[in-house]
Design a protein around this ligand. Structure first.
Ligand code: PLP
Length: 404
């Protein structure tokens, strides 16, 4: 099949159409999933897959979680939209819960802006940094190999020059420094720096955790110079790393935090949390969104946060992460395993990770190649030892096959 034909086949486009009706921003899809339950997915041919990717660290509670599905269905039957000119049923509750988790169980004293995605949460953080810094103090320092989104400003924040090239000129006001190098970061700062913006574990950049010294050093620099420490928790947030937020591994308190992916368990929602004195820089009219915080999204988030706390999601991520490390490191082609909790990269010796991921998909295991040499695992936080056994039973023979 040609690329166009594969694309058409997997998307279910009308065979009579000359071209697929979907823009080619992604490569051709290989399967179409029709339903899911927990850690399992089924495709159009009713073939079953075990999901070790969760979208991309999105469906942390597993697919079709009953509490989330019921909350969404009930809200769909009650009220979908009234605009942000009026108060919305779940907003204050969800914001209060997020604030409490930011404080690891006690209120952190912040406020929340709701939006619809990770990039939008980061846009809010970047605008807040400029508003807080004031004119002339607008630079944001980010890390190389970071990922912050695909809008123009979040692309400019993203530390991957190859992704910038075709979209120049990008919004200005961003500097990039080598990851985990505090001395270099310090050298990049001047009186125009408003904020330092980092992921606790670089997700798209290859699952690279920050060091404790780095995050503590960043906090100290921000305190010294009155800059904001902003942390992108879009991929790491809500239990995935084994703590509610990735920054909690490093014993620091950021000024601004963004989250999205796991917050809706698949319902689009993002949030930007900021300390109240930082949030106060925003005045009515400074920032807005039509859909942000609409009741269906926040009803899903409310069910997610309730369920995650009831099952102690961070503890599940810690123990399942240990199980995966033990099981996967027994495979002869597996080298280093890095990451935190259930956000892991598995280095492969002598096997191309993208090829391995494609073969896994054919055999019913969903994961991805985050670099040419490393697989990324981000399974639902609710996986059991059996799911791990199933994954290893699929991956093991594929690695044998590809390394001979
Ligand atoms: C996925 C991701 C984003 C972008 O989120 P979208 O919802 O795709 O806009 C931003 N930052 C990080 C760390 C991410 O992993």
């Amino acid at each position: 099949m040609t690329v166009q034909e594969t694309h058409r086949h997997a998307t279910g486009a009308e065979p009579a159409m000359a071209a697929c009706p979907i823009m080619p921003t992604y490569g051709p899809p290989t399967v179409q999933f029709l339903r899911g339950e927990g850690a399992y997915l089924w495709d159009r041919e009713d073939k079953k897959y075990v999901d070790f990717l969760s979208g991309l660290a999105v469906t942390s509670l597993g697919h079709a979680h009953p509490a989330v599905a019921e909350a969404i269905a009930a809200q769909a039957n009650r009220l979908l939209h009234v605009s942000n000119l009026y108060a919305t049923e779940h907003n204050a509750h969800v914001a209060t819960e997020i604030d409490r988790l930011v404080g690891d169980g006690t209120p952190a004293g912040g406020q929340v802006f709701f939006c619809n995605s990770g990039a939008e949460a980061n846009e809010a953080a970047l605008k807040l940094a400029r508003r807080f810094g004031g004119h002339g103090r607008h630079q944001v320092v980010c890390a190389l190999d970071s990922f912050h989104g695909r809008t123009l400003a979040t692309l400019a924040a993203t530390g991957q020059p190859a992704k910038w090239e075709t979209f120049q000129p990008l919004p200005e006001g961003f500097k990039h420094v080598v990851w985990n190098d505090l001395a270099e970061l310090e050298k990049s700062l001047d009186e125009t720096t408003a904020a330092i913006f980092l992921e606790p574990v670089q997700g798209e950049g290859g699952v690279n955790p920050a060091t404790v010294e780095y995050f503590q050093g960043v906090r100290a620099l921000c305190d010294e110079r009155g800059m904001l420490m902003m942390v992108d928790e879009v991929q790491t947030g809500l239990g995935r790393t084994g703590r509610w937020f990735g920054f909690q591994h490093f014993d620091v308190q950021p000024d601004v935090i963004t989250l999205a992916k796991a917050l809706g368990n698949g319902m689009p929602i993002g949030a930007c949390w900021a300390k109240a004195d930082v949030a106060a820089a925003f005045q009515p009219g400074d920032h807005a969104t039509t859909y942000g915080g609409q009741p269906m999204a926040t009803s899903a988030a409310r069910a997610v946060l309730e369920t995650m706390q009831a099952i102690d999601a961070p503890a599940l991520a810690r123990s399942a992460g240990d199980t995966i490390r033990t099981a996967f490191s027994a495979l002869p082609q597996v080298g280093e395993i890095r990451g935190l909790g259930l956000l892991l990269a598995v280095e492969l010796n002598g096997v191309n990770a993208q090829v391995a991921a494609a073969r896994c998909l054919e055999e019913g295991l969903v994961l991805n190649g985050v670099t040419p040499t490393a697989l990324r695992l981000a399974p639902p936080l609710v996986i059991t030892d059996n799911h791990v056994k199933e994954a290893v039973a699929i991956l093991g023979p594929i690695l044998d096959e590809l390394s001979t």
